[in-house]
Design a protein around this ligand. Structure first.
Ligand SMILES: NC(=O)c1ccc[n+]([C@@H]2O[C@H](COP(=O)([O-])OP(=O)(O)OC[C@H]3O[C@@H](n4cnc5c(N)ncnc54)[C@H](OP(=O)(O)O)[C@@H]3O)[C@@H](O)[C@H]2O)c1
Length: 497
């Protein structure tokens, strides 16, 4: 049960609030998962009243909610708990006004149990924490305290290791680490959570999950969209910061970590951080050999012409920012020694998909070598995280007939077919867990910093070197030739979702 509380959303007039946060909270309400009593305050600069914000949020829910049509009476009951506070994030008086309204509740739970959700520009996160503390509504929780305050911080968390540490220090001046909930919405996805469940509840796979049996692992997160109107943001970020630092390294840590001693948040996060810390650091020379960048040029996708990255709005005409990354990483621990982990992500790729492929070692090529022209396909297991969530096992089957021909076949488990099409939005789960105080699906300070350390070393290796010809790819293809080269060195090849 989630204790009654008040949620304050900074950035209440923004895209994330309208598209994800309020629809998710409304959905939780419909499902009876919101606390028995709650208030939601929206904070932003634009002039609005409680009534006008409620009306805007009603439109947003009608548009973005996963349950349609909207029930007007239930919306009205939910919307009675929404309030809007107009103010500038840099203005201490605005926080005083907010604090006055927060304290106006007679119910001590609604007054003192507070979740502050930072859905603004990342440069504002630290200042919000300072101002909330100064206004007396954000306090370090002592063990004897029954009331609690938490801060939920959107991504990106920092721009590099140094800025992430600074932000961590700034926020934890006012609260304990366990009051900080750093979002990576990938962790809220049902199938990402399932990676761990799948690994540790099925003995047949877990005993193969190591260097003895696994040849290599591929993690692909492909996006069909280009940078669109987000060119300005992307010029500062690039695919490495935007996708690898968080989503791909998070998936990698769940795929490769050791079994946690319990399902407690800290046990799981201890294992994830250990895994990140076991990734072999990359020297400048390693970066040259193991980290590939790419950038799309004009092409076509699904019959639609796509601009090249350098022609996108707010992108420099000679920009070297990467829209694609492929990495070969090694995990220097007992389980994974010598097994390559290939990670790739990119924009304007042929389809949107997230997939983990565990490729097992091949059988000795002796028995069938004389009968089949090509070597046998090794066994593989793919965990499809989105869309069409499911798990497939690939093995070889005999082609019917008199010959001894073999061909790869697939055994497939489909989530929707098995459980029905119930796919809660990641933000529903994350908001619920933040209100409940369970940090399992949020990223701990040391995890963020370990992930930045990997990313920073790659950035340092790339800095000052322009993209080479082999690092450009046409929009609508699976990335640059350099990414193929990366796997070919070891006789591997990418398996496209
Ligand atoms: N949108 C997404 O799908 C998405 C996905 C993942 C992560 N995120 C992260 O979520 C955060 C928000 O993204 P967004 O897309 O919602 O951004 P956005 O649409 O640009 O919204 C920014 C919000 O911040 C408020 N704001 C900015 N400066 C302010 C100030 N000085 N005082 C008070 N309010 C101020 C804006 O309110 P006013 O304009 O009214 O001042 C607006 O409500 C970012 O950290 C982003 O990286 C977003």
């Amino acid at each position: 049960m989630v204790q009654p509380c008040t949620l304050v959303i900074f950035g209440a007039s923004g895209d994330l609030t309208a598209r994800k946060l309020i629809p998710a909270l409304h959905q939780l309400y419909l499902e009876g998962q919101m606390p028995a009593r709650f208030r939601i305050f929206g904070f932003a600069r634009r002039e609005k009243t409680d009534a006008s914000w409620r009306a805007e949020m009603q439109e947003a829910v009608a548009k973005f909610s996963r349950t349609k049509p909207m029930d007007a009476a239930r919306w009205a009951a939910f919307a009675d708990n929404l309030y809007y506070q107009c103010g500038d994030l840099g203005d201490p008086a605005a926080y005083q006004s907010l604090a006055t309204r927060l304290r106006s509740a007679d119910d001590p739970d609604l007054r003192d149990n507070l979740v502050f959700y930072m859905a603004t520009s990342p440069s504002q996160f630290g200042g919000i924490a300072d101002n909330l503390h100064a206004a007396g509504v954000l306090r370090r929780k002592e063990d004897a305290d029954t009331a609690w305050q938490r801060v939920v911080v959107e991504k990106p968390f920092g721009h590099d290791g140094a800025s992430a540490r600074t932000l961590n220090n700034q926020i934890t001046q006012h609260v304990r680490e366990r009051q900080v909930f750093r979002i990576d919405h990938y962790l809220g996805k049902e199938t990402v959570q399932n990676i761990m469940m799948f690994r540790f509840s099925n003995s047949i796979f877990e005993r193969l999950w190591n260097r003895e049996s696994v040849d290599h692992v591929q993690i692909t997160v492909s996006e069909e969209i280009g940078v669109g109107g987000r060119g300005g943001y992307y010029e500062e970020a690039g695919a490495l910061r935007d996708m690898v630092q968080n989503h791909l390294l998070q998936i990698l840590s769940l795929v490769a970590m050791e079994p946690p001693v319990s399902l407690q948040a800290e046990s799981i996060r201890n294992e994830k951080v250990k895994l990140l810390q076991s990734i072999r650091p990359l020297s400048a020379e390693d970066v040259r050999r193991q980290a590939v960048r790419g950038q799309y040029f004009a092409g076509a996708l699904n019959g639609e012409n796509r601009l090249g990255y350098r022609q996108e709005e707010k992108v420099g005409p000679s920009s070297n920012v990467e829209t694609f990354v492929a990495l070969k990483l090694f995990i220097d621990n007992w389980r994974w020694s010598g097994v390559p982990f290939y990670l790739r992500t990119g924009k304007n790729l042929p389809l949107r998909a997230s997939e983990v492929r565990v490729q097992f070692r091949p059988t000795p090529n002796v028995l069938f070598a004389a009968r089949t022209a090509d070597p046998l396909q090794p066994n593989a297991l793919t965990l499809r995280l989105q869309p069409d969530e499911g798990i497939s096992l690939f093995f070889n089957g005999k082609v019917p007939g008199n010959s001894a021909q073999l061909r790869p076949v697939r055994m497939h488990f489909d989530y929707d077919a098995e459980f029905g099409a119930y796919t809660p939005e990641a933000y529903e789960r994350l908001l619920l867990e933040a209100m409940a105080g369970d940090a399992t699906l949020f990223i701990r300070r040391d995890e963020v910093e370990a992930a930045w350390q990997i990313v920073d070393s790659i950035r340092a290796g790339w800095s000052g070197t322009p993209l080479s010809n082999r690092e450009f790819y046409a929009a609508g293809t699976w990335g640059p030739v350099a990414a193929e080269d990366l796997l070919a060195q070891a006789g591997h090849q990418w398996h496209n979702p």
